[in-house]
Design a protein around this ligand. Structure first.
Ligand SMILES: Cc1cc2nc3c(=O)[nH]c(=O)nc-3n(C[C@H](O)[C@H](O)[C@H](O)COP(=O)(O)OP(=O)(O)OC[C@H]3O[C@@H](n4cnc5c(N)ncnc54)[C@H](O)[C@@H]3O)c2cc1C
Length: 495
């Protein structure tokens, strides 16, 4: 039986592990943290659960291939309740409001009532939301190994999705925003994606909601990660926690295994690096092994950015009038690193009674942190006092904004936790604290890198950095692709 070592128990590494175990390989996953799941995670503070990932489980639509894979790996399971989102989000500001309902006809109607003069822009927007609803994640085999027949099997996806992408070619989220005359709509479309992101990303994310592909599993992200880890162990896989890998050991043109931080050497026939791509090629492997297609985004900072967020979680003693899910609103302003953020938002977790304590409300406020903000976090990261003070200052300001919006919460809010890009970098070795992959700007093609290393035939890559702007479906698909490549090499069926 051939042995495969996987670096990292994120969703990508665990997906590769489950599939390889089911296909007859012996696998071991080495994970630096005490908990499996990587960025798919959550934790408790003062006994209250704080979720850190699934705002929407894209491509989760029943009957889709990806939904099948979610079941195979334990992300989803029979009998698990799903929160069917009624809305993508709600925005209030500039004297009006708009809700991006799951029912897109209702949203369209409300947009047209709000701003009849935006009719053409609205019509085009919904035409392409409808097209983007065909979005699926191909998972049979790696995309670079797909032939015309495989593409034919993708049906409407192959026709509709490129058409929607073409309709918004060269258009950023900011451009889309500016194409509306209504100030409400202008602000609303800027809420969920960084401004320089391709407009199609926003359209696709909304389409996931309208097509029923963006629901949320009960129990949140940590419960999902635990189910996946259990599935891996039940398939016979060995999961080593608190076991950081120092490097991949190379002998000639092959890897002989990995060396752990404690000096232990573990031999293997194959290695999958399912860790952050920057970490993989600065710490685990010499940088010259980085595939060219990955070198490009790392080297082209003008067209490819990464983003992160600052988060604060709050517990309210009582119920609020926030919708269960996401609300953004125009506020009196939140100043972070000398930048005034006019529109803020909260996620209210009332939709999941299994994580919300009786009679209380859990809220999270998040704000985008771009390159210059991220630099500032890293500059104070080693000064514990300054770092904690900065987080507390922002969280306090956020709390007051929530109190202003929802006066019945005054005096009833506790700050549960705060975390920043530095948290993601320290905990997951995430490049600049990023929590998705590269964001390509409007003039650039998104990243698609086969997870192979030209000069090392028995080392494969997995993880969100190889595809699009990352997220759970690409990370999971890439885990499957890595397993598929090893099965193919060994001439065994990939199960
Ligand atoms: C706040 C937040 C919200 C998000 N919301 C969504 C959402 O709603 N929908 C969605 O689709 N996606 C969402 N994402 C993105 C999603 O979480 C990621 O795309 C996905 O979890 C990445 O999985 P991965 O396996 O590629 O990487 P990771 O999760 O980063 O896993 C890599 C693993 O490798 C480990 N590791 C690193 N270096 C080493 C080493 N040297 N030795 C051993 N182990 C190592 C890390 O600790 C980690 O466990 C969100 C992310 C965040 C942070």
């Amino acid at each position: 039986m051939k042995k495969v070592i996987i670096v990292g128990a994120g969703i990508s590494g665990m997906t590769a592990g489950i599939i390889l175990q089911n296909s007859g390989f012996e696998t071991e996953i080495y994970e630096k943290n005490p908990v499996a799941g990587g960025e798919l995670t959550g934790w408790k503070r003062d006994g209250v659960y704080i979720d850190n990932c699934i705002d929407y489980l894209m491509c989760s639509k029943k009957g889709s291939d990806m939904n099948g894979l979610w079941h195979e790996i334990g992300m989803l399971e029979e009998g698990l309740n799903m929160y069917s989102k009624d809305y993508f989000f709600k925005y209030e500001g500039h004297g009006g409001e708009i809700t991006f309902w799951r029912d897109k006809e209702r949203t369209k109607r409300e947009m047209l009532e709000l701003s009849p003069e935006d009719k053409d822009v609205i019509e085009k927007f919904f035409e392409n939301v409808t097209r983007a609803e065909s979005m699926i994640m191909p998972i049979d085999k790696p995309m670079d190994k797909m032939g015309p027949r495989d593409f034919m099997k993708l049906g409407d996806f192959a026709k509709n999705v490129p058409a929607a992408q073409k309709a918004y070619k060269g258009v950023s989220v900011k451009d889309l925003s500016e194409s509306f005359k209504s100030p409400v709509l202008r602000s609303a479309v800027l809420m969920t994606h960084p401004e320089n992101t391709q407009a199609y990303s926003f359209i696709m994310s909304y389409a996931m909601c309208t097509s029923g592909s963006g629901d949320i599993p009960e129990g949140g992200s940590l419960a999902a990660a635990t189910r996946i880890a259990n599935k891996y162990k039940a398939a016979g896989g060995k999961l080593h926690l608190n076991a950081p890998v120092k490097n991949v050991k190379i002998e000639g043109k092959l890897a002989s295994g990995v060396v752990l931080e404690d000096g232990t050497e573990v031999k293997a026939d194959y290695v999958i690096c399912a860790s952050d791509a920057n970490h993989t090629f600065t710490k685990l492997l010499p940088s010259e092994y980085m595939p060219k297609k990955l070198q490009k985004p790392f080297g082209d900072k003008e067209h490819f950015s990464v983003f992160s967020k600052f988060h604060a979680a709050f517990l309210v003693d009582g119920k609020t009038n926030f919708i269960p899910d996401t609300t953004f609103w125009e506020s009196n302003g939140l100043t972070v690193w000398d930048k005034e953020i006019k529109d803020v938002g909260v996620i209210c977790y009332d939709y999941d009674p299994t994580i919300t304590p009786e009679g209380k409300t859990i809220l999270q406020m998040k704000i985008f942190q771009y390159t210059d903000d991220v630099d500032k976090w890293f500059a104070i990261a080693d000064d514990k006092e300054a770092y904690e003070a900065k987080k507390a200052e922002i969280a306090e300001a956020m709390m007051h904004i929530i109190e202003e919006k929802c006066p019945e919460t005054k005096g009833k809010i506790t700050i549960l936790d705060t975390w920043s890009p530095v948290t993601y970098a320290k905990r997951f070795n995430a490049y600049r604290g990023a929590y998705m992959g590269f964001v390509a700007d409007k003039d650039t093609k998104t990243v698609t890198t086969p997870g192979v290393i030209k000069k090392l035939k028995n080392v494969f890559l997995a993880g969100q950095w190889l595809m699009g702007s990352g997220g759970l479906p690409p990370a999971t698909a890439q885990g499957k692709y890595a397993a598929w490549r090893i099965c193919k090499k060994e001439g065994v069926e990939c199960k």
